[in-house]
Write a protein that binds this ligand. Structure first.
Ligand SMILES: Nc1ncnc2c1ncn2[C@@H]1O[C@H](COP(=O)(O)OP(=O)(O)OP(=O)(O)O)[C@@H](O)[C@H]1O
Ligand SMILES: [Mg+2]
Length: 301
């Protein structure tokens, strides 16, 4: 359940939750990435929020900032939330203190509001966040699709006034430095499809960059299996690995979201399956995956 925070008046921009929350476990467990990625995220959270608290910001210029970058549908937003959940769980086990998760809607901060963005960003980072940071031992902040507010100031191909871009990005940088210096219990997670559009000074402040690429063969297999298990009411799988092999080939090249959606699409293509009266045919899943991946293969040729 979202936490309604009395201090927040920027309600369309900020949402808060208390963690750990058992309902968030899937966001960590069911996003399939190289285990080393998950490990490095958790290690960074423990280092920044437990071990290196109160250290000199000159000796250790840590912003406690993580960037998850990669193509659409590769699990960035979900994993960012899952990371907060999993780190909050470990921190709770270690300290018995709970965490707050704060999600910032970067689109609400930009767009039509662009003219007022610098003010809103400054207020958010220098007033709202400090208030929240007093409410919990640990705070995780997510800036989803952060390139909308941390835009590269050198970028010319923009449809907006470059002065506004400058001011917005400057406000973000100043705010990040303020948070780093004043709030050592805040960890910031950012996601981006377009890291090349992020300002160089923002990139320079990021402590850990994690690249989420398209799933490889093993990950594709795990995503297919996870979806099949969740669709157990309409897919009968007897544990035969060669049956899964049939799906892996056509699914290669798709992102995690597309793989799961192809299976939903296959199930939706038949009324009896949709009603739960009949099982989903394996061939139908293969065709659905092929339909989605064919254009990608042709484009790659
Ligand atoms: N690596 C993955 N493992 C398992 N499922 C995945 C993976 N990547 C994506 N998915 C599925 O796709 C859904 C959407 O992922 P998510 O929104 O986190 O992607 P994203 O990278 O943030 O995409 P976008 O860049 O379009 O915002 C997830 O909830 C999950 O069902
Ligand atoms: Mg996303």
């Amino acid at each position: 359940m979202p936490l309604i925070h009395p201090l927040i008046d920027t309600s369309s921009v900020v949402s808060c939750w208390e963690l750990p929350d058992p309902q968030w476990v899937d966001r960590w467990d069911r996003i399939i990435v190289d285990p080393r990625i998950k490990d490095s995220l958790l290690n960074f959270a423990l280092l920044g929020l437990l071990t290196l608290r109160g250290t000199s910001e000159i000796s250790i210029p840590m912003h406690r900032m993580v960037l998850l970058e990669g193509p659409p549908g590769t699990g960035k937003t979900t994993l960012a939330r899952g990371f907060a959940q999993q780190a909050a769980t470990i921190l709770f086990e270690q300290t018995e203190s709970r965490s707050i998760f704060v999600e910032i809607d970067c689109f609400s901060l930009s767009g039509d509001l662009l003219g007022s963005t610098p003010k809103t960003v400054a207020k958010l980072l220098e007033h709202t966040l400090p208030d929240l940071a007093e409410e919990a031992e640990f705070v995780f902040v997510l800036f989803d699709e952060v390139e909308t507010i941390a835009t590269d100031r050198r970028s010319l191909a923009l449809d907006v006034n470059p002065i506004d871009v400058h001011r917005g990005t400057n406000a973000f940088l100043t705010g990040m430095d303020f948070v780093a210096a004043q709030l050592d219990n805040v960890m910031t997670v950012m996601t981006s499809n377009y890291p090349e559009n992020l300002d160089a000074a923002v990139l320079s402040r990021i402590d850990l960059t994690v690249e989420l690429g398209l799933p490889g063969e093993d990950a594709v297999r795990s995503i297919l299996l996870d979806t099949i298990r969740e669709m157990a009411s309409i897919i009968k799988w007897d544990g035969d690995e060669t049956a899964i092999d049939q799906l892996v080939g056509p699914a290669l090249g798709l992102d995690g979201r597309q793989i799961r959606k192809a299976m939903i699409e296959a199930a939706a293509s038949d009324r009896d399956v949709a009603m739960g009266h009949q099982l989903l045919a394996w061939d139908s899943i293969v065709s659905s995956l092929e339909r989605r991946s064919r254009p990608l293969r042709e484009a790659a040729r």
